[in-house]
Design a protein around this ligand. Structure first.
Ligand code: NAD
Length: 386
């Protein structure tokens, strides 16, 4: 069987890699740069600290109207702003929300129509023009957006994506010092997001030897360092491990795909505004429990890394390992704790089944009734016996 692998054009990773930005830009024929970021990052001084020196060499506009879990409307406004501004380079600085919007700004502004025309589930147009060059600089260790060709948007009821090779970064810069200021809860949620990418990519029906090695290394890096960064955000060695972990997890899932956890998480994000990482975290143990019979050997490999103990495990034991992991970083581990009413589980199920692109990669088929049962288990939790 042939495996086809895709990667971003160029990445600088590691402590101090942000210093590569100016020398890189000097080699590009650009003069007017759009920075896409969010208000918090301006407020805490991160944008000034790392990007203000660009003002000396280039004309720079900073766009801050980035919402967490951005809506379609938020993306449409930015694309229109980019068209009017005639920029020749876009820099996305932030979490997945800012990076995804930066991709859309760079590409859709140079194509006909609006963002809605290019959505995966309902869009009718294909992208024709590559767009202007984009540099993606993550400030969370989570989404891996800096290496994927995907931009995720929140719609009414669920999420949808724009996905195309043109959305890949021309350059990714992954510097752990930019993640030091991430608060503990966001560190925990984004960290579990990265872990979910690695685990789902490893268990995906599209996995191959190359994506497996990326995914397993990511699981190891993240499981060794996640609790440390949640407890002490200034531990730069652990932050560095998380940067590498989320980068590798991003490469793994970009090539092998994510599956059931993400399909069920999308409606939680759009219907109840749960942050993406928290939606994944609360569902991870229950989806893992359900699919384990179809991938028990691989699941054991993951659990061996997470627990640092080799053993044969039942799906119930796997469930408890993931459950403890989520609880251990201080995140709620039931839908009830998030205030989601049991009566809404049917509505969540209706939207999750629409995510056929994601569900197709699950090692165990997830039908409507299965999805409802997973939501129900996630609602009730598994406290007993732990
Ligand atoms: P986010 O970008 O929404 O950021 C969450 C919060 O963290 C924001 O308030 C932000 O201001 C703050 N923050 C970010 N960096 C910080 C820093 N260094 N210091 C202090 N605060 C900081 O969260 P996210 O989880 O990174 O991204 C979520 C989005 O990414 C969702 O829309 C999700 O669907 C999408 N996503 C995209 C991909 C992809 O491949 N494109 C993959 C997974 C998720």
């Amino acid at each position: 069987m042939i495996s086809t692998l895709r990667f971003p054009m160029r990445s600088h990773i590691g402590l101090g890699s942000i210093e590569k930005l100016l020398p890189e830009l000097r080699n590009w024929n650009v003069s007017k740069i759009l920075i896409v970021t969010d208000r918090t990052l301006v407020k805490i001084g991160l944008v000034d600290q790392y990007l203000s020196h660009l003002n000396e060499k280039f004309a720079v506009n900073v766009y801050t109207e980035v919402e967490p879990e951005p809506s379609l409307n938020c993306a449409e406004k930015l694309v229109e702003y980019t068209r009017q501004g005639e920029f020749d380079c876009v820099i996305g600085l932030g979490g997945g929300s800012a990076l995804d919007l930066a991709k859309l700004a760079a590409v859709i502004s140079q194509n006909e129509g609006t963002v809605v025309d290019y959505l995966n589930l309902t869009g009718t147009k294909s992208l024709v023009h590559k767009g202007i060059p984009k540099i993606l600089i993550p400030t969370t260790s989570g989404t891996g957006s800096e290496v994927t060709d995907i931009a995720v948007l929140s719609l009414k009821g669920t999420k949808d994506v724009v996905t195309h090779d043109f959305l890949l970064a021309n350059l990714a810069i992954v510097d752990p010092q930019l993640t030091i200021s991430v608060p503990a809860r966001i560190t925990a949620a984004t960290g579990i997001d990265a872990l979910t990418h690695a685990v789902e990519a490893y268990l995906s029906v599209n996995a191959n030897e190359a994506t497996d090695s990326l995914a397993l290394k990511a699981v190891e890096l993240i499981s060794d360092s996640l609790k440390i960064v949640v407890e002490n955000g200034e531990d730069i060695d652990a932050r560095t491990a998380m940067s590498y972990g989320s980068y590798l997890a991003g490469l793994a899932f970009f090539n092998a795909g994510v599956a059931g956890v993400h399909a069920l998480a999308y409606p939680l994000g759009s219907q109840f505004k749960l942050p993406h990482g928290e939606s994944n975290a609360v569902l991870l143990p229950y989806v893992m429990n359900y699919i384990t019979p179809s991938c028990s050997k691989k699941m054991n490999n993951v659990c061996n890394i997470l627990t640092k103990q080799g053993a044969e495990r039942t799906s119930d034991e796997c469930l408890r390992i993931f459950y403890k992991l989520v609880e251990g970083v201080g995140l709620p581990s039931t839908l009830k704790e998030y205030g989601i009413p049991e009566s809404k589980l049917g509505m969540l199920t209706e939207d999750a089944v629409k995510q056929t692109r994601l569900l197709a990669r699950s090692p165990r088929t997830l039908k409507e009734e299965d999805i409802f049962q997973i939501y129900l288990q996630a609602f009730k939790g598994v406290k007993a016996g732990i």
